[in-house]
Design a protein around this ligand. Structure first.
Ligand code: 6PG
Length: 228
């Protein structure tokens, strides 16, 4: 189903979502010299990274980057970058850009990440593809409903205070996410069904207002699509 550059595909299981996402990403990497690949935390993206790690991919022209991070040390069990490093086996194999959460202030980590991302974008990669998840409240990356980052119009990385968790998060802004040619939302489970249906009905939950240059593709399992 396609409406204004946004399409939805429904799969029986989360495993099938991961397989399709890995297939799309492998094809994108194979057909572009220099590709920027934005990566999300979360369980549904995790299954995709496991598949990508096992696939035969030439990572030479790919630079991966984190679309958000928790304000915890890089090797913490809660750090998205720790999950990605260990699942995708980035070390010595895949260029990987993640916020430096060892710095004292989240704002400093966000500014550095903004500079690094601008540098990457100035080199004009031939393609930018981003993977995102969505929480049951409709957040994506660390753009949570009601938080300050939602009103930020910059193209960069932000430190975003999230009252719901009483913590800082680092996140790509909507402007930075919009720089992708293709964005894949990987969303599984009945817990997400209400937010999926609200977004499909036009409500502006954070995940629903993400745009991309070419297309935004929602890969849903039957649970997440059950209220459509
Ligand atoms: C995070 C994520 C977040 C995640 C969604 C979905 O750091 O929490 O980047 O945006 O992608 O919460 O997560 P699940 O796929 O685990 O539900």
């Amino acid at each position: 189903m396609q409406y204004g550059g946004v399409e939805r595909q429904i799969f029986a299981t989360a495993e099938e979502i991961a397989a399709e996402a890995a297939r799309i990403i492998s094809d994108e990497i194979a057909s572009h010299d220099q590709l920027l690949l934005g990566l999300a935390g979360g369980s549904t993206p995790h299954a995709t990274y496991t598949k990508l790690a096992d696939a035969s991919i030439d990572w030479g022209g790919v630079t991966t980057w984190m679309t958000d991070e928790r304000w915890v040390p890089p090797a913490d069990a809660d750090a998205n970058q720790a999950m990605i490093r260990s699942t995708l086996h980035t070390s010595g194999r895949i260029r990987f850009l993640a916020p430096n959460t060892r710095l004292e202030l989240p704002e400093a980590a966000a500014s550095r990440m903004t500079r690094a991302m601008r540098c990457l974008m100035n080199r004009r990669p031939s393609r930018a593809v981003t993977i995102l998840g969505m929480g049951d409240d409709g957040h994506t990356a660390s753009l949570f409903p009601g938080t300050r980052a939602l009103t930020d119009t910059s193209v960069g990385y932000l430190a975003n205070w999230v009252p719901r968790f009483d913590t800082w998060r680092l996140t790509a802004s909507f402007g930075l996410l919009a720089a992708a040619d293709v964005t894949l939302f990987l969303v599984a489970g009945e817990g997400k069904a209400e937010a999926v249906a609200r977004i499909a009905a036009g409500e502006e939950l954070p995940a629903g207002v993400v745009t991309a240059g070419e297309r935004v593709v929602w890969l849903l399992d039957e649970g997440a699509a059950s209220l459509l």
